[in-house]
Design a protein around this ligand. Structure first.
Ligand code: COA
Length: 716
């Protein structure tokens, strides 16, 4: 089967089928030497019961696990959808050529020694050749791929992967291999496990698109070290999280990106803050640790979606009940609160000292049967949406009987309503937790772990049930803006002067203070009188970027004399600051009346492309870094959520008798800036600082707008 065709760029999900359900797999570099990776892969494929044909390839011939080794791929007797390559880097390219001749669909390149060590050119050569010949490349520098649907374990991991509902995509090889062991001890079944390594061709987005269509996969866990094509990843995640739970672990909370940035928005947009916000925006659950990720995926793989958000805690200990209540607040789990219904539901099982308030406290006197009855009462009551079953070991309790009851209850109700258990005690309890967990029952040793899993379920369910919101139709004359950038670019700059930025703001429909450019003293006085006092004056010069530092700004000028003095003072200071600066004139601007100062920025993020940021101005942004981010463009609802999520949001709602501020005016600016940065990719940074916000109905005013852009003439 020859395949000389060129691969369509978006071969998509259908193409990925061949990787996950291959009819035949060749292992190039197969070996009968147990110390070799090429031996290990065949061993794992055999043990996992791969249902297709295995073709071990090695010019030396021989056999491995009773399968004859063929000297060349040409000797394969059936279709080869996947070729796993485990030979030294220098032999990969010729082997890839032989794969093209054999009509291979996917190359799984285990070999290291490519872009991760600077050998970028060879990696690019392989990918280019492969794509031209209709093949996709997984890796290089990976430990392989596992697919439960056909019993394919083409990895050199420890083997013994259990089939199940969790798909893992990992960038780290070592951690990925370790995860195989961990899944076995946690009795966690996998639908797929993919090592992406250098992501030379196939990346997370390709795999996510496929896994979203795979019925066996209920949860996808991603381990990410660095994001390459973030914009595509975020868009794919936003689609996939509507169908599957997605949990991400990301290492490297680096601030490096922030240091290199040229604006406020940039310096606040630390790589991790942006990653975190965009994951939340895409409906992804970000775990703090590998353990937390495992807790979540294990729970999410088997649980049914809750009908509502109201959980009930059943406990035999008051203290642990209070801890759970705290945890519920932290993880956003709401507690059912109708006292009358609670009283009625638990009247028959409540001991004299107990409390039917939520947490429902049966006290240490409760028997295993009392406890089971209370739990059943929660699970039978439609108005209560989930059960959080807590138990502290007591001397009186029959642990074996208790374990049996929990098992029965879990089997009977888990398909209908989410349940999590948290048991606390000595050796007997620890053993019980281990046993129940092996059976797939969600039992945790720590209350916070249990509630965190339930919280993850609620967040993911909210994403799945969320009505998709449409982006507003916003007219922006991008051509006119491009023309302003083009003209500014002719002057070898990568920033717009104030009046140019003001023109962009005007095109964007932002309200700015009135402003007139004065080229001499008479014009300055006339401008001030036209605008009306008080006014502000600012120098306009492409040679002076930091106007205040140059003494190029004068505020609150209340009459003609002050305007005359300020005009002369500005020219003098700027001359001293930069004697050769070319001064175009002085901008006379309406002095904006006070309001709440906010900052809105938008930029092309190095990983995720267009992003928007919102925060309060002044110390809130400088000291507290109280800002929110999203991938742009955003809907009006998302813009509103960005405003509401900063810690200092109450200041906009009006505190100490002040009236509520015009947050809808702010949301509109966030939305518009998001559209602009998306549609006009040449703008690298745009920042409105401050955007002054007045009382509801009075709107907002963009006082200062700064714009940086990419100049093809190479100015930075
Ligand atoms: N076609 C088929 N077989 C070939 C071949 C070719 N073109 N070239 C070599 N072979 C055979 C070799 O003869 C050898 O077989 P043998 O054991 O019967 O002699 C086998 O393939 C392996 O080749 P070898 O030269 O012994 O290499 P190796 O096993 O020492 O190393 C890699 C190969 C791929 C394991 C190594 O280059 C590598 O990259 N290691 C790192 C892998 C890794 O860590 N990946 C990332 C994990 S996260």
């Amino acid at each position: 089967m020859s395949s000389e065709c060129c691969l369509d760029e978006s071969e998509g999900v259908a193409g990925m089928e061949r990787l996950f359900k291959p009819r035949g797999v060749a292992v190039i570099g197969a070996s009968s030497n147990p110390a070799k990776i090429g031996y290990r892969i065949i061993e794992n494929m055999q043990n996992a019961g791969y249902t297709g044909e295995i073709y071990p390839v090695n010019p030396k011939g021989g056999e491995v696990f009773g399968i004859p080794i063929i000297p060349s791929l040409e000797d394969a007797t059936g279709p080869v959808d996947v070729a796993v390559l485990a030979i030294p880097a220098k032999f990969i390219f010729p082997a890839v050529e032989s794969c093209a001749k054999a009509g291979v669909g996917h190359l799984v390149i285990i070999t290291s020694g490519f872009s991760e060590v600077g050998n970028t050119a060879e990696e690019a050569r392989i990918v280019e050749y492969a794509r031209q010949h209709g093949m996709r490349v997984l890796g290089p520098n990976i430990f392989g791929v596992y697919s439960a649907s056909c019993g394919l374990d083409a990895t050199f991991g420890p083997g013994g992967i259990l089939p199940g509902h969790v798909a893992i995509i990992t960038q780290s090889g070592a951690l990925g291999i370790a995860m195989i062991g961990k899944t076995a001890t946690e009795s966690l079944g996998l639908s797929a496990l993919i090592s992406v390594g250098n992501k030379s061709d196939i990346d997370e987005a390709d795999l996510l698109e496929y896994l979203a269509t795979d019925d066996a996969t209920k949860v996808i866990m991603l381990y990410i070290e660095g994001v390459k094509k973030g914009e595509r990843l975020a868009k794919t995640l936003a689609k996939v999280t509507r169908k599957k739970h997605v949990v991400v672990i990301k290492s490297g909370r680096s601030k490096r990106g922030a240091m290199a940035a040229a604006s406020h928005t940039g310096s606040l947009a630390g790589a991790d803050e942006v990653f975190d916000s965009i994951m939340r925006q895409s409906g992804v659950l970000r775990a703090e640790s590998v353990q937390e990720a495992f807790d979540w995926v294990r729970y999410l793989a088997d649980v049914s979606l809750p009908a509502g958000r109201e959980a009930v805690i059943v406990t035999n200990g008051g203290g642990i009940g209070v801890l759970a209540t705290d945890a519920c607040e932290k993880y956003g789990v709401s507690l059912y609160d109708d006292q009358a219904v609670l009283y009625e539901a638990f009247a028959d099982v409540m001991p004299a000292f107990g409390s039917s308030k939520n947490p429902v406290d049966l006290t240490g006197q409760a028997t295993a049967e009392d406890y089971a009855s209370a739990l059943r009462a929660v699970l039978e009551e439609d108005r209560m949406n989930a059960a959080l079953a807590l138990y502290c070991e007591t001397a009186l309790f029959d642990t074996d009987r208790f374990a049996t009851l929990l098992r029965e209850i879990y089997q009977e109700y888990s398909g209908r309503k989410p349940i999590v258990f948290s048991l606390f005690g000595g050796e007997r309890i620890e053993a019980m937790i281990r046993d129940l967990r092996k059976e797939g029952i969600p039992v945790f040793g720590d209350v916070y772990q249990a509630v965190s899993a339930l919280g993850a379920l609620y967040r993911s369910t909210t994403t799945m049930k969320r009505e998709p919101k449409k982006l507003s139709e916003i007219e922006i004359d991008v051509e006119a803006i491009e023309e302003i950038l083009e003209n500014a670019g002719q002057e070898d700059r990568n920033f717009l002067l104030a009046h140019e930025a003001a023109r962009v703001a005007e095109i964007l429909g932002l309200r700015m203070p009135r402003s007139i450019l004065a080229r001499n003293l008479d014009e300055a006085v006339k401008a001030a009188e036209d605008i009306g006092y008080p006014v502000v004056m600012k120098v306009v010069s492409k040679d002076i970027v930091h106007k205040s530092d140059a003494g190029g700004v004068a505020l609150d000028l209340v009459n003609r004399d002050e305007v005359i003095d300020a005009y002369q003072a500005i020219l003098r200071s700027c001359h001293v600051y930069k004697p050769d600066a070319l001064i175009e004139g002085i901008e006379v601007v309406e002095m904006v009346r006070a309001g709440v100062e906010t900052i809105i920025g938008a930029r092309q993020d190095a990983s995720f492309g267009p992003t928007v940021m919102f925060g309060l101005g002044g110390i809130y942004v400088e000291v507290m870094k109280d800002v929110s981010f999203r991938a742009a463009p955003v809907t009006r609802t998302v813009a509103e959520a960005m405003i509401a999520e900063i810690r200092s949001y109450p200041l906009l709602l009006g505190v100490r008798g002040e009236s509520r501020k015009d947050t809808s005016g702010v949301a509109e600016v966030v939305e518009r800036l998001g559209h602009l940065i998306d549609r006009c990719r040449r703008i690298t940074d745009i920042e409105i600082n401050p955007l002054v916000v007045y009382d509801v109905g009075d709107g907002v005013k963009a006082v200062d707008v700064r714009i940086l852009f990419e100049n093809p003439r190479g100015v930075n």
